[in-house]
Ligand binder design. Structure first.
Ligand code: GLU
Length: 424
């Protein structure tokens, strides 16, 4: 009996599923493989009681989804955000499966998260939350089964709380259990900047292929968290003029180009690492929405769904490189395609993070440490090669880069599922 195809009321999950079905049909993938790959191997939900600073107890919901372990241990970040739920984690876990496959690294896809408002929690509260979450999901984590990393609103500190808790529970130190750790504790030089460096590398390769000199290109970088800030820094070091940046405090514009070093000074001196009052320090203008600024390239690095049915029409950039996961909704994708906008998809553009995680994990397994140059050289080389491969494939197949990337990624996973068989 043919199994019905999945649909979801969660926009992000439905988008991931429909893109998968679309690509799978175009590739002529068998219904058997379509059924297997459109379901996740494991979806785990946990409750996390935390005694808050005022003495009250809040019980938070936490999730970890392992979409596929066909290629290797499931890999993917843990995010803290009020909107997180199981379906969002599943959508992002699916995306991780394709991201790791496309990147050519030996991992499957996973993602986790906790529904909480980290910007309004103290360090103590976040520590308790992270440790209890880590303890709750410990049974399904392992260096050969499921390896978390930072994601939206989490960083090396959260990773240390989680790995420290699990290692103490197990009575053994296992740094390869998760990645994105600080350099001082089994982390790797380069990992912190890796996602942004990779996004910018894709952007710069894109410029090269289009015959554009980066010194004559303007770009907008939306979001100034870990991904956006290092994307902007790397681009501006390569001569690109960044005319607007933004975060939850607003959008900042300068026709002459934003002083990215100044922007780092501002976030480094703000306890929440925000660009608050940057218009003064950065000598720029506060504007309504940086998405609508007239620039050659747009790098949406904030969060999913920012370029949607309502905003897509006003986007002026001709080229988009997706730093965030899922920043362009399917409606917007169509509107932009009609306008001739070319998009480098998230699971190619932001794969520098997980490629960097693979480097960290590989070093941890061997107990060795690479230099920053070694790490960055390897990262940039792989990103350039992957960009070119997807670009060529999209031209050969006459499909968008998103579709080409999906097809290449799905093919590798499907081949391995076929080889390994369907027992579990
Ligand atoms: N959270 C990042 C991503 O979405 C990194 C994941 C990882 O390194 O495992 O790609």
């Amino acid at each position: 009996m043919k199994q019905e195809r999945r649909k979801s009321s969660n926009v992000l999950l439905d988008t991931a599923l429909q893109e998968f079905y679309g690509a799978a049909d175009e590739m002529g993938l068998s219904e058997k493989l379509i059924s297997i790959l459109s379901h996740s191997e494991r979806r785990v939900q946990v409750s996390i009681p935390v005694e808050m600073d005022d003495g009250s107890v809040n019980v938070f919901e936490g999730y970890r989804v392992q979409h596929s372990t066909a290629l290797g241990p499931s890999k993917g970040g843990i995010r803290y955000d009020p909107e997180v739920d199981m379906d969002e984690c599943e959508a992002l876990a699916i995306l991780m499966t394709w991201k790791c496959s496309l990147a050519g690294i030996p991992y499957g896809g996973g993602k986790g998260g906790v529904a909480c408002d980290p910007l309004n929690m103290s360090e103590k509260e976040k520590e308790k939350l992270s440790r209890t979450f880590g303890a709750r999901i410990a049974p399904i984590l392992g260096k050969w089964s499921d390896i978390p990393a930072p994601d939206m609103n989490t960083s090396g500190q959260e990773m240390v709380w989680i790995v420290d808790t699990i290692c103490k529970m197990r009575g053994d130190l296992e740094p390869a259990l998760l990645t994105g750790k600080p350099v001082t504790f089994w982390g790797s030089y380069g990992r912190h900047e890796a996602t942004g460096r990779g996004v910018a590398t894709c952007g710069l390769e894109f410029m090269k292929i289009l015959g554009k000199n980066s010194n004559h290109v303007t770009a907008v970088v939306q979001g100034f968290g870990n991904v956006g800030s290092y994307t902007a820094k790397t681009l501006s070091e390569a001569g690109v003029k960044i005319t607007a940046i933004s975060d939850i405090t607003g959008s900042y514009y300068s026709e002459k180009g934003i002083d990215i070093e100044k922007a780092f000074e501002v976030i480094n001196s703000n306890p929440k690492r925000l660009l608050k009052d940057f218009e003064k320090a950065g000598n720029c203008e506060k504007i309504e929405n940086d998405l609508f600024v007239d620039a050659d390239f747009l790098f949406p690095c904030a969060r999913d769904g920012m370029i949607n049915r309502k905003t897509a029409d006003k986007v002026k950039a001709r080229y988009i490189v997706e730093g965030a996961n899922g920043p362009v909704t399917p409606d917007a994708d169509k509107i932009l395609a009609d306008k001739g906008v070319v998009i480098v998809p998230d699971f190619l553009a932001n794969s520098g993070g997980v490629i960097g995680s693979y480097f960290e994990w590989a070093q941890n397994l061997q107990g060795i440490f690479w230099s920053e140059d070694e790490y960055n050289d390897k990262l940039v080389r792989i990103m350039k090669g992957n960009f070119k491969r997807v670009w060529d494939y999209s031209k050969a197949k006459k499909v968008t880069m998103r579709r080409a990337a999906s097809m290449a990624a799905i093919q590798r996973v499907a081949d391995v599922v076929k080889m390994r068989g369907t027992f579990l």
